[in-house]
Each structure stands twice: as C-alpha cells, then as structure tokens.
Design a protein. Sequence first.
Length: 155
Amino acid sequence: MATSKQVIFKVGTEEYGSDIQLVSAIESYGGVVPVPNAPSYILGILNLRGEVIPVFSLRKKFGLPESEVDDKTLLLITKYQNMKIGFKVDSVSEIEEVDEEELHKMPVIVCTEATNYAKCVVNKKGRMIILINHEGILSSEEAKALNTVLKKQKE
C-alpha cells in the first residue's frame, strides 16, 4: 500500500494538503513586497535567501476575501513548473501520512477549469482534506501574468 506525506494547511475554514516532496519551506509571512499593477492574486514578491519568489493568494484563487495577517499566517514555498512560488495560507497544522485507500476522486460535478487545483480528496478520520494539484493551481493566464511580473522584477 502506497502512502504519502502531506503538509496540511487551512485557507478559510477548509483544509488542504500539499505533497511534502513539493514543499521546500514553510516561512513566516513577512518581507513580502507588493508589486504595483500586478494581478490581484499576486500579493507581491519575497527575497528568500537570495531568491526572488512570487507570493500568491490562495484566498483569492478560492474566491475568499483576503484576511488580516496574524501570527498563524504562513508562506508555503513550493515548486510550480520551473520556479518556486509562495502560497499565503491561514495556518499549517501538521504533516499527515495519507494511505492510498483514503484517497477519493473529486466529484465530477465540481471538476472545472476553475478547480484544476483539486487533485483528490482525503477522508481522514472524518476530516475532508482537498489535496492540491500544483500544476493545476494557476490557470494559463495566471501563469503568464506571473512570469511577466517576475521578468519585470529581474530587469
């Protein structure tokens, strides 16, 4: 039986999971520099150990209003295609081992281009945790806008 380790985090009241192999760091939320005229879901950029990383709002992606930053607000630094990207999350609760039999396909009715980020759902002791598909988190337009912001920052 295959198992995986997931970083479990909250955005709003829902729990999500990200494969620990794709998470390079969990950082406190600070030092994010806003980028003028960037799309609303790009909160800014962060200089993390000499590397410029865009910071993306999962709340905006999920259609939720932005929340105030508090001591639980964190950045999940993860890999997206050939770059690192930071996702602002409300909190990170744990690293959870997930067994293959706990994985369930997303219901067809909720599978749209807007929900490409949802890979599958885990039913863990009565908790429903949506596992994130990193390749589907950004639409093609969002990825293009992100690359444009990064290119401008390098100039």
